[in-house]
Structures are given as structure tokens and as C-alpha cells.
Design a protein around this ligand. Sequence first.
Ligand code: PLP
Length: 372
Amino acid sequence: MIYLDYQATTPVAPEVAKAMQAWIEEKFANPHSPSRWGNEAEAAIEVARKRVETAIGLKGGSVAFTGSATEAINWALKGSVENAGKGRNRIVTVATEHAAVLDTCEWLAAQGVDLTILPVQPDGRLDLELLARELDSRVLLVAVMQVNNEIGVTQPISEIATMAHDAGALMLCDGVQAFGRVEICKGPDLVAVSAHKIHGPKGIGGLWMRKGAEPAPFIHGGGQERGLRSGTLSPALCVGFGASAKLADERMTRDYDHVQKLWAAAIRALGEGWIINGSTAHRYHGNLNIRREGVDGARLIADLRDIAFSLGSACASGSGRPSHVLRALGLDYRETRSSIRLGFGRYTTQKELVDACRRIAAAAHAQEKLDA
Ligand code: PLP
């Protein structure tokens, strides 16, 4: 199989699996119990936390581990609403955000929060003048992702954070697709990250919180994570997350250069007739979202079962609904259906990517001939 779905998840790095092994097979102590074994597990978790914080690279805050980035985002949004000062009852976000943000915001809107979802320009970028017009003293939080999971387009997070702060609001950045691949932009108060997008294990994420901007607790219980997020931590998952963050940090330039070369090779191998969805300048190049007139993306996936690629987000692909991100760019229903997403990274070889792209191009051509 050729794996080209790096936005959905990434293969676990061998170094990560190795680091986790002892914590699965032998060291089972509860990291919150006071025994020597418990202390050892707790110390390993703190090393892991530092590694994740170092890789995030922001100053003046700390990370709490969560079960996923989805949980971190739910917590950030719901807990910030709970903490909001009098008169601040409004959230501003963007139409191309992940479902973890949009669905949580919709849920909050049903509870009485005033929600503004801003459109994007045809290249997927947010118009900052539009944002400026929406920011007033009623806004409690602005939520914008750094790298889009479906189209790879980046948003100017630092400028957005400054604008949010000038209006007295917090800024939440969904950093899931940026983390470990590009530097996280300075400025946000809250950043959600996930281990399985950076060659770590599934089932663990984190919320970086600027000191003083911690959201109200969302999961109640034993008071772990400084009383902010209860639940026994898994040393294996934390150690795995820490190892993947350290590796991503150390290899960032190398991985980034590799991705740039892969992008160029993929474009060459696909040949003529494809249109890239979203900005090509403001983009993470490990995400190639393309469309081709007259092609059915779902049929391409069915025709090429030994190549793993997708129509957009894993959630959108499963639902059969047209991608809300592509719709937000202004694509019509037919154009969204003719779009596919190729995602590649650290362990993708140029040869397998070129092979896959040539076969995708040939299958698209065959569809066109069949339908002509
Ligand atoms: N945000 C973005 C941009 C994502 O791509 C994803 C995962 O697909 C998430 C949030 C949710 O992450 P998790 O799988 O850790 O819940």
C-alpha cells in the first residue's frame, strides 16, 4: 500500500514505539500514586510534557494532556465561555475550521453564545479587514487554525492573535496540522495539538495554555493536571507523545525540505489538467488538494484501493457530504466531488509518491475516456 493520507494520521515512528514499549509491557504503576513506581511514571510524564512544550515553542504557558485534540478544543471553547467576563458572550471563528471547532461552537450557540462564522476568500485565506469589523468588546474568543487539514492553507495567526487581544478577547489556535511540521505562530493564548499527526500514538492530545488564560475545567474527577483535567494519565501515551514531539522538533528542517521536494515531484508526476484547491503560496506543502474537471474523486479512490488517499477530512470522506472547506472556497458541488487530497511526509519516498501520482492521473484519464 502507498500511504498518502498524512493529514488523517501518520505512521508511528519506530523511536516512539520503542520509547513506549516498557510503559506498556512492564511499568504499569499509576503515575498519580505516591509509590516509587508511581513517582517514576510521573517523572517520565513530566519529561514528556517538557518535550511537547519545547516543540510547541511558545513562552509563558504550559501543556495539559488530553485524550485528543478534539477534547482540547472542546475544553478550550467551553471552558473559556465559562470563564468569560460579564458582557462577553461572542465567539468568532472561520468557515474552514475543523469540525472539532465548528460543531463545538454550534453547540455553544445552542446554549446561547453569540456565534460568528467568517467566510474565507477563494484561496482559503481569512480577510483580516473582515475580521477587524467583527471584533468588539463582546467577543470573548477568536478561534482560527494555523494549517488547514483539508487544503493545507495557512492563516496569519500572529496578526489574528494581536487583533483578538486588542479587542480584549482570547485567541485559540487549532495547531494540529501545524505542530511538528512548521513552527507554531507566536501569539495565541490556547493551542490544541495531537500526537497521532506527528508520528505519535492515537488517544492523546494536549492543550497549551498561556498562564492566566486556562479555561475552566471540563472533565471533573481526581484533580489531575493541576485540577484542570481529571483522569489518570497514561504514561505510555504521554511518553510516546513526548518522543514524537522531540523527534519532530529535531527533524523539522529535514522533514520540511523533504516535503517540499515531494510536493514538486507530485505536481510533475500528475501532469496537466489538475487545479490546486486553495492558496499555493500560503500553504503547508505536505497537503496537495487537487481537482480535475469531470473526475469523480470517490471513484478514483475505489479504483485505486492500494493507494490510501482521501476526499478531504476523514470525517467528510466517511459522511459522503461535500466538504465544507471546499464549499467555503466557493467550489460548486461538482467541483468538490472531483477533488482529492494527497498527504505525504517523513516516511513517504519520492518513488512511491511519483508511482501513485502517475496511477492517479492514468485512472482519472480513464474515467474521462469512459464518460466521454
Ligand atoms: N483539528 C484538526 C485540524 C485536525 O486535522 C484534527 C484531526 O483530524 C483534529 C483537530 C482532531 O484531532 P484528534 O484526532 O486528536 O481529535
